[in-house]
Design a protein around this ligand. Sequence first.
Ligand code: SF4
Length: 461
Amino acid sequence: MTDSVLLGMPALKSPREPARVGRSYFVRTYGCQMNDHDSERISGLLESDGMVAAASAEDADVVVLNTCTIRENADNKLYGYLGSLKAVKQRRPEMQILVGGCMAQRDRDIVLDRAAWVDVVFGTHNTHRVLDLLDHSEEWGPIAEVWDETTSVEDMPSMLPANRDSEHSAWVTITIGCNNSCTFCIVPMVRGREISRRPGDVISEVRQLARDGVVEVTLLGQNVNSYGRDLDLNGRSPVFAGLLRRVGEVEGIRRIRYTSPHPKDFKEDVALAMAETETVCEQLHLPLQSGSATVLAAMHRGYNGQRFLEKLAMARDIIPGLAVSTDIIVGFPGETERDFQDTLDVVEAARFDSAFTFQFSPRAGTPAADMDGKVPQEVIQERFDRLVVMQNEITFARNREQVGRIEEVLVEGPSKKNGDVVTARTRGSRPVHIAGHYPPGTFMMAEIERAAPHHLHARAV
Ligand code: SF4
């Protein structure tokens, strides 16, 4: 069930004849991988209606902004961009502007109040309704439609056409929403309670992708390790480890990745499924966020630094050659120098292959935004710089450990800086540069010859 501002909506027309043949669209995406994947689906839906991609928003008949609330200044960026589109819309009133994603979900009515020239506002679970909402707005004027608490798995389409950026690699959503309550995170508020897709639907989508030539899939969810808890299949709930093993049986898929697990829910069954399923890559993104027990408790993360390191050791014991990345937030409210030292201690002990490091900035609507103990910006910056220096040294050292190894790599495409070099990835997701011209999607063996701070150089063997 969805909550619609305007009632009397026409029912979903399925299947439908393409209604916008020859018209053009442009999708602009803000934020995370989840949004990237939703944008691929939105593009796929628009193309299924006969539309073609435009080079820019100014040239397009339909412009979709897929928004995010997580990044800093997200509101300013969105309304600034909408402001620039207002003049285009005045010149070409037939142009339709759609705003979707997390901010649309959160600020449904505000978007239409602040930008009356927007035609459609749609929420995070209403992506599959884009064509119907477009039809509706053409006939009746601006509309906003977002999910509410009664949204269920029945409301999620099992498969949507997607216009993927890559021919050989694809995202596959396994859950939406999140049942955790990390105090810095807006996701539970804008994406709602966790809803898992049924295993059969996930496997059907992966099989179809394999038939389309995809060789690598990344399973996507806010907390993949709690996958299936909300499902009841003949009295039992499916688990993520079982799903990994089943995806591993799909013929034609040679690499499986997933993101993101929550450390508190990451258990041995998943590590064993990774180790025992040949096509699951030896790569784990395990977000630490902080090494301080006090800060982790204030974040509502459900583990401490010691517990995190134990989970990591368990995973490394079970999965030989595991590459590990993480996320770390510096300057959470109340973080003292001692707390920050605890983070550095865990980072030193964990020896992550790479880390995404963030400076805390309050997100309106999250508990952390109203917490006492704000850390001054210059202190955050100084701690952040120390963390980055330490992690860069570790990343470089981990890269040097790869020299001399022969690895299977998958070519992504030509290097952005040198057309005579391709960028590929190891199973551990390390970027590798190789001289030569190989098409995207090529698998090859490569010998790692040299390490750079953030990538490797190799030769085809
Ligand atoms: S696990 Fe925490 S950080 Fe991740 S989406 Fe859920 S609430 Fe946000």
